[in-house]
Each structure stands twice: as structure tokens, then as C-alpha cells.
Write a protein that binds this ligand. Structure first.
Ligand SMILES: [Zn+2]
Length: 258
């Protein structure tokens, strides 16, 4: 059976994101040789949301392919189905971390699907630690691929630690974030105490206690009142900020990952 390194090279040789990824994550790329691609089986998709909607879409796709309905009719059907079910999504790939195997539903999966499954195996991380949807390491990896910030495999591991702390030890995470936010603020000449004075926050708001939240205010984000118990949205916010070019978070992440 084909190894994932060959698979990547064959499918994505010309893809600019693949080129960038390979350069920035050389260990992950080398590791892909140890990962095997196994054929897809229908039961892998067991976690699909709304499988009946997928069946319906496939049915109309078939009709269109055979010329029994027009493209316009097909689009119309699609809109109707989406309206009925809301978001329709399905599992495009799976990974077995211990067995070092991956499988893809399509013959030509998207690069993001392939790197997602490889990431599970390489970092030995399950979702939500890895998944970009939850602000996991995958999101940081893509920001690095796209040149929005600097980093490598080590940065991702560090980020996974933060995500784990967010779930298991919020106090520890906040103390690390506070320390780093202080360093960033000092480096940029920002007076964090001045920021809270300027804001009209209810008494007891966690932003009075935490440097990271003061820095968030400075970046125009109001920390949630339960951010001390559930600091995970702070991590998502930092990466999302970088994604949209927020300069302050782009500086903060340098201190977070160093
Ligand atoms: Zn996943």
C-alpha cells in the first residue's frame, strides 16, 4: 500500500501550499513516509452529519451526470436540501494514530484534508486539540503555511499544550498567558493598567485581574465574563486575530511560542 509521502508528492507537487508546508514542516513531511494510505470503506464515514442528505445529493448528482436533470435544476435541488438540513458535511478522511494509517473518501482529496489526517498521526493528537475548528494546532499550521506567522512543528506542540491546559488546567493556562502578555506589552510600550482604566467594565470582570485580557481589550476584544473558567475562546481569538491581520496578536504569538 502507498505511503502518504508518495501520495502527497503525486497529488500536490505543484500546489503552492504544499511547497510552503514541506519547507516549513520538514519533520512532518519526512514522517509522512511512515504513514499508510488505506482504501476507503463506507463505514469510516459513520460520524457523518445528516447522511440522508448526502444520499439525496448523490442521487441528484447521478441524475445530472446522466443528463436527466439540468445544472440549474440540480442547483435548485441543492439549495432546497441545504435549506432543509442546515449545514451538510461529511467525513472526508480518517486517521488511525497508533496504526499510522489514513484513508480518504475521494480519490483526490483536498490538501487540507490530507494534512488534517496526517496531523492527527504525526502529533498524536485527537480533535479538538488538533482541529482548526476549535482553534487547534491545525489552524496555527495553516497560518504558518500562509506566512501569517512564523513557526514549525515545535510551535504546534506548544500550542497543543495550551489547548490542553484550556480544558484541563485553565488557571495554569491563564498564568502563562498573563506572563506572556506582560512581555509583549512591555516590548511594544503598551501600558496595560491604563487600558482597564479607560474601559467601563462591570466590577469583578476578569479583565481587571488578567494581563492577557487587558491586552485583548487593547486589541479591541472584550473578554467574556466566564473567561477564567473557560479560557479556550481566548486561544481561538488569538489565532483568528492573526488570520485577519491583527498586529497585536501577531506580536503576542511570538512570545507565546518562544
Ligand atoms: Zn480530525
Amino acid at each position: 500500500m502507498k505511503n502518504l509521502k508518495e501520495f502527497l508528492i503525486v497529488k500536490f507537487r505543484e500546489h503552492p501550499d504544499f511547497q510552503a508546508w514541506k519547507k516549513k514542516f520538514p519533520d512532518m513531511f519526512a514522517f509522512s513516509e511512515e504513514v499508510h494510505v488505506v482504501p476507503w470503506e463506507e463505514e469510516f464515514g459513520i460520524v457523518d452529519r445528516h447522511p440522508e442528505a448526502i444520499d439525496e445529493i448523490e442521487f441528484y448528482e447521478e441524475l445530472r451526470k446522466n443528463g436527466m436533470i439540468s445544472n440549474e435544476e440540480f442547483e435548485e435541488k441543492l439549495r432546497e436540501i441545504h435549506k432543509r438540513y442546515g449545514t451538510v458535511s461529511r467525513t472526508e478522511g480518517v486517521a488511525w494514530i497508533k496504526r499510522k494509517e489514513v484513508s480518504f473518501r475521494r480519490r483526490n482529496p483536498h490538501l487540507s484534508t490530507v494534512l488534517h489526517e496526517l496531523g492527527h498521526v504525526y502529533f498524536e493528537a485527537t480533535d479538538p486539540i488538533w482541529s482548526s475548528i476549535y482553534g487547534g494546532g491545525e489552524l496555527l499550521m495553516w497560518l504558518i503555511i500562509k506566512g501569517k506567522t512564523e513557526g514549525n512543528e515545535e510551535s504546534i506542540r506548544r500550542w497543543h499544550e495550551f489547548i490542553r491546559y484550556a480544558y484541563e488546567n485553565p488557571d495554569l493556562l491563564l498564568s502563562i498567558l498573563d506572563k506572556k502578555a506582560k512581555i509583549t506589552a512591555q516590548r511594544l510600550g503598551i501600558d496595560l493598567e491604563e487600558i482597564v482604566k479607560l474601559d467601563y467594565l462591570p466590577e469583578g470582570h476578569p479583565a481587571y485581574k488578567h494581563e492577557i485580557m487587558k491586552l485583548m481589550l487593547f486589541a479591541g476584544t472584550l473578554p467574556h465574563e466566564d473567561a477564567e473558567e473557560q479560557p479556550q475562546p481566548i486561544l481561538i481569538g488569538i489565532l483568528e486575530g492573526i488570520r485577519w491581520g491583527e498586529a497585536l496578536y501577531s506580536e503576542l504569538i511570538k512570545d507565546l511560542l518562544s
